[in-house]
Ligand binder design. Structure first.
Ligand code: SF4
Length: 404
C-alpha cells in the first residue's frame, strides 16, 4: 500500500502541517478578497476543483495568484529552492511514432538519425564523469531494441558509475519495450530496476485527454496507460515525475483536468515527486494550429499547478524549456525547483529553446538567490545536500532577446 502523503514540514526543529503554516502566514497579507474562498479551501485541506482552476486561470490578478502559490511553496519549503547536477543523454532519435510537437525524432533512414551502441553511450557518459550525479536518458521508440539492450545499458552504466542516478525512459518507451519484448509493463520495469534504473522522468504526459492526444501525439500511450505505467512503477518503489505540455490545442479545462488526474493518481500511489509543466516550443515541428502560451500564462500555470497539486511536493520550472529568466520568475510564482546544471540537452533545444547549458553551481545559486530563495543542491530524489552561495562576478546571463 502507498504511504500517506506527508503533510508536515520541519520548521525550526518542530513538525508542522504546511496548511496550518499557510493559513497563518497568508492571514498577515492584504490580498484581493476575490480569492477568499480559494484561500479558505487550501487552509482547510480541501483540494481545489475544476471550477476553482478555471476561476484562477480566468482571473486578471496574476500577482495575487502568485502570492498565494508562493505562500504554499514557502509553507512547504520555506525559502529553499532546489537544483541538481545533471546531463541529458538520448540513446536514439529513431522513433516509430511521429508526434506533431516533436522536433527530435527521426525516421530510420534520415541522414541525422542515430542509435548509440552501449560503448558509444558509455563514452558519452564518461564526458560528464565527476560533473553530474544524474543522467536523464530518454529517446525515440527504436523499432528493434527490446529490453535486453536497456538491461545491458543500465547495468554497464551502473558498473562503471555506481553513484550516478539513472532517471530514464518515459512511459511510452516502457510500453514500447514491453510490446516488442512480449513482456508485461511490470516485468519490464522489474528487469530494468534490477539492471539499475532508479526513477522515471515524467515526459510524455502531454495533456491527459485522449481527444487532444489523438491530434498531437497519435499512437502514443493513452491517458489511462500513462497513469497506469507510472502507478506500476510506484508500486515497485520506482519514483517518477509527471509533466504537462501546454500551449498546443488544449483548453484550460483540459489542463486543469490533467492536473486533477495526476492528483487522483498520486492519492492512490504517492510516487510522484515532482510536476513539470512546460509550454510547447514550436520550432521544427508540425502544429501550426497551436495556441502558444504567453509569458503570463506560463507563470499562471506554475501557480495554478502549485495550488491544485496539493499532494505532489515539488513544482519544477524546467529551465531547459523556460530559459533562465522565466524559471527565475517562476520561483516567485510557486515553483521550488529549476532543474539542474544540464551539461547537455537536445530535445528542447531542437524545438527552439535557447536555455544555457553547463551552468556552474554558482550560477544556479545566483539565479535562485535573485528570486529571494536559498539555493539548495539536491539529488534526484530530493535529498538535500548543501546550500550553495554564488561566487562568480560579474554575472553573465544572456538576455533572451540577445543574439547568439
Ligand atoms: S515525442 Fe517521443 S514518441 Fe513522440 S515522436 Fe518524439 S520521440 Fe517519438
Amino acid at each position: 500500500m502507498p504511504e500517506a502523503i506527508p503533510q508536515e514540514v520541519s520548521l525550526a526543529g518542530s513538525r508542522i502541517n504546511w496548511r496550518d503554516l499557510f493559513a497563518e502566514t497568508i492571514s498577515d497579507i492584504d490580498i484581493n478578497s476575490d480569492f477568499d474562498d480559494i484561500i479558505k479551501k487550501i487552509s482547510l485541506g480541501i483540494s481545489l476543483d475544476l471550477n476553482d482552476g478555471l476561476y484562477l486561470y480566468n482571473h486578471w490578478d496574476v500577482n495575487s495568484i502568485a502570492i498565494i502559490a508562493n505562500k504554499v511553496k514557502e509553507a512547504r519549503f520555506d525559502s529553499r529552492a532546489f537544483f541538481n547536477l545533471n546531463v541529458h543523454i538520448n540513446q536514439t532519435n529513431i522513433c516509430t511514432l511521429a508526434c506533431k510537437f516533436c522536433a527530435f525524432r527521426r525516421g530510420r533512414n534520415s541522414p541525422d538519425a542515430y542509435a548509440l551502441s552501449i560503448d558509444e553511450y558509455l563514452r558519452e557518459v564518461a564526458n560528464y564523469d565527476g560533473l553530474v550525479d544524474e543522467i536523464h536518458s530518454v529517446g525515440g521508440l527504436h523499432p528493434d531494441w527490446d529490453v535486453n539492450y536497456y538491461e545491458e545499458l543500465f547495468s554497464k552504466v551502473k558498473k562503471f558509475y555506481p553513484d550516478i542516478h539513472l532517471k530514464a525512459l518515459t512511459a511510452v518507451e516502457i510500453k514500447h519495450i514491453a510490446e516488442i519484448s512480449s513482456l508485461s509493463i511490470e516485468e519490464v520495469l522489474r528487469k530494468l530496476q534490477n539492471a539499475g534504473l532508479d526513477s522515471l522522468p515524467g515526459g510524455g504526459a502531454e495533456i491527459l485527454d485522449d481527444d487532444v492526444r489523438k491530434v498531437i501525439c497519435n499512437g502514443k500511450e493513452s491517458s489511462a496507460e500513462y497513469l497506469e505505467i507510472h502507478s506500476i512503477a510506484h508500486s515497485l518503489g520506482i519514483p517518477t515525475n509527471c509533466t504537462m505540455l501546454f500551449g498546443t490545442i488544449e483548453s484550460t479545462e483540459q489542463r486543469i483536468n490533467h492536473m486533477i488526474k495526476l492528483r487522483d493518481c498520486q492519492n492512490m500511489t504517492g510516487g510522484f515527486q515532482c510536476f513539470v509543466p512546460y509550454p510547447y516550443l514550436p520550432d521544427n515541428s508540425r502544429l501550426p494550429e497551436a495556441n502558444l502560451a504567453t509569458g503570463i500564462e506560463i507563470l499562471k500555470t506554475i501557480s495554478i499547478s502549485r495550488l491544485i497539486l496539493d499532494n505532489i511536493p515539488h513544482i519544477k520550472a524546467y529551465r531547459m524549456n523556460l530559459g533562465d529568466h522565466i524559471s527565475e520568475l517562476a520561483l516567485r510564482y510557486g515553483a521550488d525547483d529549476i532543474d539542474g546544471t544540464v551539461h547537455m540537452e537536445s530535445i528542447m533545444h531542437l524545438a527552439g529553446s535557447k536555455a544555457p547549458l553547463k551552468h556552474s553551481m554558482s550560477k544556479m545559486a545566483r539565479i535562485i538567490n535573485d528570486s529571494g530563495c536559498r539555493a539548495i543542491r539536491r539529488n534526484t530524489t530530493y535529498t538535500e545536500f548543501e546550500e550553495i552561495v554564488p561566487e562568480e562576478l560579474p554575472f553573465t546571463m544572456k538576455l533572451p532577446m540577445s543574439s547568439e
